[in-house]
Design a protein around this ligand. Structure first.
Ligand SMILES: [Fe+2]
Length: 512
């Protein structure tokens, strides 16, 4: 039904029958661009531009059950003095009045400005840079890595600082929202209980995306994204929830969660969910300098081994109490994605090969009853799958592999090896796990023990929160762990907590 509270029709006599009617000329009384704008998936000739019309964002959006035309504009300057391209998309109720405009025909390696118009309202202005041409001998790629932004546990000041950096790209590796409340200190509230339905997930995204600092980081750069577990629910694996819901029921929840994710991200149409399935894994090329593979390690994974009785999800097990952990049948990516990834790496001609995935890839031994123990939700729960991937990278002598991760709420720098238990096993790749934007992580004692028990870990810090900034050039990749002064302070400042460098041709990070 038409919400007269938020809408006036410009003309009389517009047909109102049927759910798919088009309101070509609505007049908004309230700003419909409350969730900001975003760009994503830059290519040499194009990009995806995103927005969602939601004048009453936290309560379902406040839009009528009708499609509305949204105009996008791309200009060379942020004053829009010369509009280079212009087009119209339909924001329809079945996708919560979101817009995913796929633009082609742009020039490579160029900054553009964009904005949207709808019903007499104009959005803020954003900008994006297209990727360099495939054959370009480009000499620099700068990007930030982010993950894990529990809204209640802190402010998104990190994003305000990120937006001021000089970046080509942002890579987000999951836990963009949290479906539920947890943690020790809370500075603000979800205001609603755990999300289960599509309406609830939509409102949760709206709450997170109403944050001005997050909006600024989206407006400033194009993003590549993947999800982790909290976009659906804690520790889920494929069709199995931690609470062991009937799989058919859980897949309905997953379908709702995946749809809400798609509706709120600058994803291309090929990522649109079909029921409970949505392909997110893909690769993006940045000239001859870098290839980025974005992985999905939630949707296709084997169930975590040795769960606590009556439950699914993760636990911490010793080698002795869970020999199943070593089964080669276990997969974190699923056979199809694993094959695809091997192919994408085999055919890459890039100088730097970046694998962006959700969690910690390096082995992280912890002690349980004085025995070596492993957390089963990350790659440590799927060690043979990790061995397959790192073995493949080693065998193909992949040029400068860098693995990016998140999930564990700690900044970690690690050498990746096919066999972590053999000190002589060569370093195959360098791993950087970004700390969380806000989510609470392990304390100093845990990090200290992690470094002691895992000599391949050069850095481990779960206390400081922020993001990680990368500058890739032909000769090296420079990495800065950027952390905020106080995650509970909306006005927090930022600093470099630590710096590392990976030299071309020499796997393993060194302190900078
Ligand atoms: Fe997280």
């Amino acid at each position: 039904m038409l919400h007269r509270r938020t809408f006036l029709l410009a003309g009389a006599g517009i047909a109102m029958s049927g759910p798919l009617r088009l309101l070509a000329q609505p007049r908004f009384q309230k700003n419909p661009f409350t969730l900001g704008i975003a760009s994503g998936y830059p290519q040499p000739d194009g990009v995806v531009l995103w927005t969602r019309l939601a004048p009453d964002a936290l309560n379902g959006g406040g839009m009528p059950n009708a499609a509305v035309e949204v105009t996008w504009e791309i200009a060379a300057d942020d004053g829009f003095g010369s509009v280079l391209r212009k087009g119209v998309e339909r924001a329809a109720p079945d996708l919560a009045h979101s817009v995913h405009a796929e633009i082609r025909g742009l020039e490579p390696a160029r900054w553009y400005h964009y904005r949207f118009h709808a019903g007499g309202a104009t959005s803020v202005t954003g900008r994006f840079r297209t990727a360099p041409a495939a054959a370009a001998a480009n000499d620099r790629l700068r990007f930030a890595l982010a993950s894990c932004q529990q809204y209640e546990q802190g402010y998104f000041a990190a994003y305000r600082h990120m937006a001021r950096e000089d970046l080509d790209l942002v890579i987000h590796v999951g836990d963009y929202i949290y479906e539920s409340s947890w943690g020790r200190t809370r500075v603000r509230s979800h205001g609603t209980p755990e999300c289960v339905t599509l309406a609830e997930y939509r409102n949760r995204y709206a709450l997170y995306k109403s944050d001005a600092d997050l909006q600024a980081a989206h407006a400033a750069f194009p993003w590549l994204v993947t999800w982790d577990d909290h976009e659906v629910s804690n520790d889920y694996a494929n069709e199995r929830s931690q609470k062991l819901d009937p799989p058919a029921l859980y897949l309905r929840r997953r379908a709702a969660a995946y749809q809400a994710y798609y509706e709120h991200m600058p994803l291309p149409a090929w990522a649109r969910p079909r029921g409970p399935n949505a392909r997110l894994y893909t690769q993006a090329s940045f000239g001859q300098l870098a290839q980025i593979c974005m992985l999905d390690d939630r949707q296709y994974r084997s169930h975590q081994v040795c769960p606590p009785s009556g439950r699914g999800g993760s636990t911490v097990v010793t080698a002795g109490e869970c020999p199943q952990r070593l089964s080669p049948e276990l997969t974190l990516l699923g056979a199809e994605q694993e094959r695809w990834l091997h192919g994408a790496l085999d055919t890459s001609a890039a100088r730097w090969n970046i694998i962006a995935q959700q969690t910690l890839m390096a082995q992280r031994i912890r002690l349980k009853d004085n025995e070596d123990a492993f957390w089963t939700d990350g790659w440590d729960g799927y060690p043979k799958a990790r061995e397959r991937l790192l073995g493949h990278i080693a065998q193909r002598k992949l040029s400068n592999p860098l693995v990016l991760g998140g999930d564990v709420h700690a900044g970690i720098v690690a050498d990746l090896k096919v066999n972590f238990d053999d000190a002589k096993s060569p370093v195959i790749a360098s791993e950087f796990v970004g700390t969380s934007i806000t989510s609470q992580g392990p304390g100093a004692k845990f990090s200290e023990a992690a470094r002691q028990n895992n000599p391949h870990m050069k850095f481990h810090n779960g206390v400081q929160k922020g993001y990680t900034a990368f500058e890739v050039t032909p000769e090296r990749c420079a990495v800065r762990m950027r952390t905020v002064s106080d995650v509970t302070d909306a006005q927090a400042t930022i600093r470099d907590l630590a710096g590392f460098v990976v030299e071309h041709g020499k796997a393993g990070a060194q302190w900078a």
